[in-house]
Design a protein around this ligand. Structure first.
Ligand code: GLU
Length: 326
């Protein structure tokens, strides 16, 4: 390993030498790509907002950031592993499973190079049903047409765990569709499914779309199996979706949930992660105004809650500078 690093350094040194002779020094531009989720969710706004903060300082640090829409948490983990993505938004349960190589990450093994950056908003498991479907509670999904999420999404990953806990499989439903997050509200409105499942911060465009186009209600996800899941797993918490956020949904709804987390790869340059974190926290009030789901964020929880992987050294440098960690 050392020898390899040495020869790589010697090689790039030779290239650098040649470049210095033939061309004037130009500051190197660094492009970073952040994996998000569907365009009507909150991850997309997280990525866009982080990039907006970073790109305000591009003249100084030469980092340019973009945040395309993706399939969600699991797609983001896979994209960071393969090098297509530099950073990504990932559910805290997916972070845990990917880092430890559990469940559907078992065949890949533990991803020990995952690094945590910070935690964002809470994400309750949100089940929205057509008012005419007869679904009043999560357990009424049996025999119904349900969008269980695209493979690659966090909700699909969480649903797999929930289905196993309930003793369900895809045959439990009369239809188990795998539409992308951004497609599910329209599928619900068009009566192609009875219910949609989304692990997502509130309020968001997708549930807004579902509840304004048709009469639809958010139903509770509770019961002994759910209690056991919350008890067993450190990343699950009991959670309430507040009433009054969406048309026809005035009451609080009980469910359980995770947190959205921002993660990266250990190999990403220390300075890049440092500048990204600095861009967010130096402009924190401005950042928080970019989405209502960011309103209650606070620095202390963001650097401690919901993180399984160790902090990236660039993030650590900034948090230490601010006196937030030792
Ligand atoms: N939690 C979802 C996922 O991991 C994404 C939610 C969002 O886009 O806000 O796929």
């Amino acid at each position: 390993m050392k020898r390899h690093a040495f020869s790589a350094a010697a090689f790039s040194g030779a290239l650098l030498g040649a470049a210095m002779v033939s061309a004037p020094a130009v500051a190197q531009e660094n492009f970073i790509t952040i994996g998000t989720g569907g365009q009507t969710g909150v991850y997309y706004v997280v990525g866009q907002s982080v990039c907006r903060m970073v790109n305000r300082g591009s003249d100084e640090h030469n980092i340019r950031c973009n945040a395309p829409s993706t399939g969600g948490s699991v797609a983001n983990v896979n994209g960071m592993k393969s090098g297509e993505l530099d950073m990504g938004v990932v559910q805290s349960d997916v972070q845990y499973r990917a880092y430890h190589g559990e469940d559907n990450f078992e065949s890949d093994g533990a991803w020990e190079d995952m690094r945590a950056v910070f935690t964002m908003h809470g994400e309750p498991l949100t089940v929205v049903a057509r008012a005419d479907s007869g679904i009043e509670h999560f357990t009424d999904l049996e025999g119904k047409r349900v969008n269980i999420g695209n493979p690659g999404s966090g909700q699909r990953n969480t649903m797999n765990v929930v289905m196993e806990a309930m003793g369900w499989d895809t045959d439990t439903f009369s239809l188990a569709s795998e539409l992308d997050a951004a497609e599910q509200a329209a599928a619900l409105a068009d009566n192609n499914v009875d219910a949609m499942v989304y692990v997502v911060g509130h309020p968001n465009g997708s549930i807004q779309e579902a509840t304004t186009t048709i009469d639809a209600r958010i139903v509770p996800v509770t019961g002994d199996e759910i209690d056991a899941l919350v008890e067993e797993h450190p990343y699950y918490t009991r959670s309430v979706i507040p009433g009054g956020l969406y048309r026809g949904n005035d009451e609080d709804v009980e469910t359980f949930g995770v947190a959205a987390t921002f993660v990266t790869h250990a190999d990403l340059d220390e300075e890049i992660v440092y500048q990204t974190v600095k861009a967010v926290f130096d402009n924190f009030d401005r950042f928080k105004r970019l989405h209502p789901a960011f309103e209650n964020l606070n620095e202390e929880d963001m650097i401690s809650d919901g993180l399984t992987a160790p902090l990236h050294e660039g993030a650590e440098r900034y948090y230490r500078e601010r006196g937030w960690i030792d």
